[in-house]
Design a binder for this molecule. Structure first.
Ligand code: HEC
Length: 132
């Protein structure tokens, strides 16, 4: 009883500090998101919107991290992507940027060939920051 009270007294302030720290934007994360936005604008934006109100040639990428592949409502996916059956994890997104036609033969997305792991990481961090 006494012991758990002491534990709570010690842990509570730690918890609060922890929460405050996550609430504040981590500066490294911010830099990665900003860099990712620039790479996204240069390589992906002409085909992909990240704003649900704007139509685009490719599927909307807002909220793509954690989404099942080929399932954005109303988008006319290729058969390959419709039947892909996997979820867009950071790893799957990196593989897709590098060689989408190898990850999923038959996709109608043009090969973009982003092979630099740092650039891939920035773009994924940016996309992950866009959860609707
Ligand atoms: C030339 C146009 C074009 C460019 C450039 C392009 N894409 Fe695509 N993208 C598409 C099309 C079209 C599809 C749909 C493919 C299909 O149905 O097979 C697609 C599909 C996707 C999907 C699957 C989404 C889902 O809902 O399953 C992801 C993820 C994606 N693109 C990411 C990217 C990223 C990241 C970049 C930049 C590095 C990029 N794309 C550049 C046209 C493009």
């Amino acid at each position: 009883m006494k012991r758990s009270f002491i534990l709570a007294a010690v842990l509570a302030p730690l918890l609060v500090t922890g929460l405050a720290a996550t609430a504040q934007a981590d500066p490294t994360e911010r830099i990665k998101v900003d860099a990712g936005r620039q790479f996204f604008d240069a390589n992906c934006h002409r085909c992909h919107s990240v704003d649900a109100d704007k139509a685009s040639y490719g599927p909307l990428l807002e909220g793509v991290v954690g989404r099942r592949a080929g399932t954005f409502p109303g988008y006319p996916y290729s058969k390959a992507l419709q039947g892909a059956g996997f979820v867009w994890t950071p790893g799957a997104l990196r593989a897709w940027m590098e060689a989408n036609d190898e990850l999923l033969p038959g996709t109608k997305m043009r090969h973009v060939g982003i092979t630099d792991p740092t650039v891939q990481d920035f773009i994924v961090t940016y996309l992950a920051s866009l959860q609707p």
